[in-house]
Design a protein around this ligand. Structure first.
Ligand SMILES: [Zn+2]
Length: 413
């Protein structure tokens, strides 16, 4: 598993092998004998698994000089080159028989034909939208026959992420265990604190750091016009730290430390935990994580695991069409607000279409300026005025999933 900044590593199949005496001794110890934690289906075997030979890595970033300090794949000569390319070259030259194929692209640039070819998908994404998209992609690959899930269509998703001092690793068997959207309420919004708290009523040291990071940096431009805040640049962190201390003193808040400031920027990928889970799933040697591990190193190190449960009416994985309860006199804007603000949906820029009088009609679409302008007047119309009826299906597309979601309008009186 590559340890890029926010990589996504995918493993599938096995490539050509290149062996030498004792190469797999360490892996043999796990695979040739069973133990108290081995999977019930596990059969110890001398046919040792020989590593993950065929890996695709998708990452759209290029290497910045500030990326060099906390990883082992990139060198100063690589600055400016795509992370995926350099990581692939490094691993391919270091590990004989391993074939890493780089893609300097967004995960959304690939379709189901691409993702279907893999056995396991690992995500180290920094955005919830991208995670949900990948989750939706793997759910769209599931095959149901007479309502029964075909287990061969399941591609396990291993997801790792870090925010500040907290991190998590989870194993998702799409269609079987809790998916990303099932536990959406667990994810804090991307900006942690309401703007008004940050701006005028800070209570926590984090509020002070966020104030400096979000409001003060763009205003004071301490390192010149157009210089973005770089969480890997010690001078930048030092500046934010000093200003946060001043802010904290103003409001008699204690607890702003250099380490906390640093943590507000870091997004280290919990790659070791994820790689372990890939090994367990690929080899069946051990029971995979069931299914959510959190770790926290605010004060010492604390870690525990729990089983996130599937949500019966999950909009992504339940296969149950969602009802939207609105009065005929509700405005389309209220529906839009619900889709974006509801904790279980958290859509970003939903596009709503419906079939009205036999015609497919775009009620609102934000992502294309000309269509947004044309459909904006609909937002202030009531559902009745738009010609929508009770039981009407609404097709809703959003960046959080590759699939269009179907909702059923249920009129309340
Ligand atoms: Zn779900």
């Amino acid at each position: 598993m590559a340890d890029l900044d926010e990589p996504m590593v995918v493993d599938g199949g096995t490539g050509t092998r290149c062996e030498w005496e004792g190469r797999w001794n360490h892996v043999r110890k796990f695979l040739e004998r069973s133990g108290p934690f081995t999977h019930p289906d596990f059969e110890a075997s001398t046919e040792a698994l020989s590593g993950f030979c065929n890996i695709h890595v998708v990452d759209m970033d290029t290497i910045d000089v500030s990326n060099l300090n906390r990883q082992f794949l990139f060198r100063p000569k690589d600055v400016g080159r795509p992370k995926a390319d350099v990581a692939a070259e490094f691993i391919n030259s270091r590990i004989p028989g391993c074939c890493v194929v780089p893609h300097c692209k967004k995960i959304q640039d690939f379709d189901e034909t691409f993702y279907r070819q893999f056995h396991i998908i690992v995500c180290g994404l920094d955005s919830i939208v991208a995670r949900r998209w990948m989750n939706g992609m793997l759910l769209s690959l599931l095959v149901y026959e007479d309502g029964v899930l075909d287990p061969s269509s399941i591609i396990p998703l291993i997801d790792g992420g870090t925010e500040g001092f907290k991190g998590n690793a989870r194993v998702i068997l799409p269609g079987m265990t809790a998916c990303i959207d099932c536990t959406l309420e667990l994810y804090p919004p991307q900006i942690n604190f309401p703007m008004c708290t940050i701006a005028s009523m800070p209570r926590l040291p984090e509020h002070c750091i966020e104030y400096v990071r979000i409001l003060l940096w763009p205003k004071e431009k301490p390192f010149g016009d157009g210089v973005g805040l770089d969480g890997d640049d010690p001078d930048h962190i030092q500046w934010v730290y000093q200003k946060s201390l001043e802010r904290a003193a103003e409001f008699s808040i204690t607890g702003v430390t250099y380490r906390l400031t640093q943590a507000c920027f870091s997004s280290l990928f919990d790659s070791a935990a994820c790689a372990t889970e890939v090994f367990k799933i690929a080899s069946s040697a051990y029971i995979p994580l069931n299914n959510y591990m959190v770790f926290n190193d605010v004060d010492g190190l604390y870690t525990y695991t729990f089983e996130a449960e599937r949500k019966e009416n999950c909009s992504a994985c339940s296969q149950v069409p969602q009802d939207l309860h609105f009065s005929p006199s509700s405005k389309l804007q209220e529906v839009l607000d619900y889709l974006t603000e509801s904790a279980s949906l958290q859509m970003k820029s939903p596009a709503i279409t419906a079939t009205v009088e036999g015609k497919n009609k775009t009620l609102y679409l934000q992502s294309v300026a000309s269509i947004e302008q044309r459909t904006r007047p609909n937002l202030s119309k009531t559902l009745k005025e738009l010609g929508l009826s009770d039981g009407q299906e609404l097709a809703i597309a959003d960046v959080t999933t590759p699939q269009t979601m179907l909702f059923r309008l249920s009129f309340t009186s």
